[in-house]
Design a protein around this ligand. Structure first.
Ligand code: AP5
Ligand code: MG
Length: 213
C-alpha cells in the first residue's frame, strides 16, 4: 500500500496517517515531522526550514524532494508507506512520480481529508503535539491519558510554533494556492479518494479503510 494524504493544514492527515500506518504495518512519513525533528536537533536542514515554517510558508521544493525520494527507497518502505504532507506542490508530485517510476512502483491512492477552513481554524488552537515522536492530540477531541504528556513516548506536549491563529490563516492561503491543485492532478490520474474529515477521527478512519478495501 503506497498512499499519500492530502488535505488542508489541520485536516487530520497526521492523525489518520498514524492509524493507517499501524493498521497496515508500514511507515508513516511526515515531512513536517522530519523538519521539526531537524529543527529540534539543530541540524543544517532544520536551520534552513525553520524560517519558512514559522512564517507558514512552504519550504522550497529542493529541500524536500530528494529527502523524500531517499526515504521511500529505504528497506522499511518495501511493503509500502504513507506520505503525510508530501507532495504539496505540482513539482513535488512530479518528483514523487519520477522517483516511483525509477523504482518500478506506482501509488495506490491519494486520500483527501476534506475539512472546510472555518472548522480548521477552530481545531488548531486546541492541538497539542509531541515533537519527539510526532503524535498529535487535541485538548477536547483527542485527549492524552495524562494532560500535557505523550501517551506513546512520555514526552511533553507543546503548542506548535506555527499554530498561532495568524500563521494558520497564512498556511490555509498557501494550501489553497499551492497544494489544492493536487486534488485535480490526482483526480485526473484516477487516484483521488475523498473522505469527509469533519466527523470524528474514528469515523474518518473507518471511511478511509472502507474506501481502500
Ligand atoms: P505539516 O506538519 O505537514 O503541517 P500541515 O500540513 O500544516 O498539517 P498539520 O500537521 O498542521 O495538520 P494535519 O492535517 O496533520 O492534522 P492533525 O492530524 O494534526 O507541515 C508544517 C510545515 O512544514 C509547513 O507549513 C511547511 O512549512 C513545511 N512543510 C512540510 N512538508 C512540506 C513539503 N512537502 N513542502 C514544503 N514545505 C513543507 O489534526 C489537527 C488537530 O485536529 C489535532 O489536534 C487533532 O487531534 C485534531 N483532529 C484530527 N482529526 C480530528 C477529527 N476528525 N475531529 C476533531 N479533531 C480532529
Ligand atoms: Mg500533521
Amino acid at each position: 500500500m503506497r498512499l499519500i494524504m492530502l488535505g488542508a493544514p489541520g485536516a487530520g492527515k497526521g492523525t489518520q496517517a498514524a492509524r493507517l500506518a499501524e493498521a497496515y504495518g508500514i511507515p508513516h512519513i511526515s515531512t513536517g515531522d522530519i523538519f521539526r525533528a531537524n529543527i529540534k536537533g539543530g541540524t543544517e536542514l532544520g536551520r534552513k526550514a525553520k524560517s519558512y515554517m514559522d512564517a507558514g510558508q512552504l519550504v522550497p521544493d529542493e529541500l524536500v524532494c530528494d529527502l523524500v525520494a531517499d526515504r521511500i527507497s529505504q528497506s522499511d518502505c518495501e511493503k509500502g508507506f504513507i506520505l503525510d504532507g508530501f507532495p504539496r506542490t505540482i513539482p513535488q508530485a512530479e518528483a514523487l512520480s519520477a522517483a516511483l517510476d525509477k523504482m518500478g512502483l506506482t501509488l495506490s491512492a491519494a486520500v483527501n481529508v476534506d475539512v472546510p477552513d472555518d472548522n480548521i481554524i477552530r481545531r488548531m488552537g486546541g492541538r497539542r503535539a509531541c515533537l519527539k515522536c510526532g503524535a498529535t492530540y487535541h485538548i477536547e477531541h483527542l485527549k492524552p491519558a495524562v494532560e500535557g504528556i505523550c501517551d506513546k513516548c512520555g514526552s511533553e506536549l507543546v503548542l506548535r510554533d506555527d499554530d498561532k491563529p495568524e500563521t494558520v490563516k497564512t498556511r490555509l492561503n498557501v494550501y489553497h494556492e499551492q497544494t489544492q491543485p493536487l486534488i485535480d492532478y490526482y483526480e485526473k490520474a484516477g487516484l483521488l479518494r475523498t473522505v469527509d474529515g469533519t466527523v470524528s477521527a474514528d469515523a474518518v478512519f473507518e471511511a478511509i479503510r472502507s474506501i481502500l478495501a
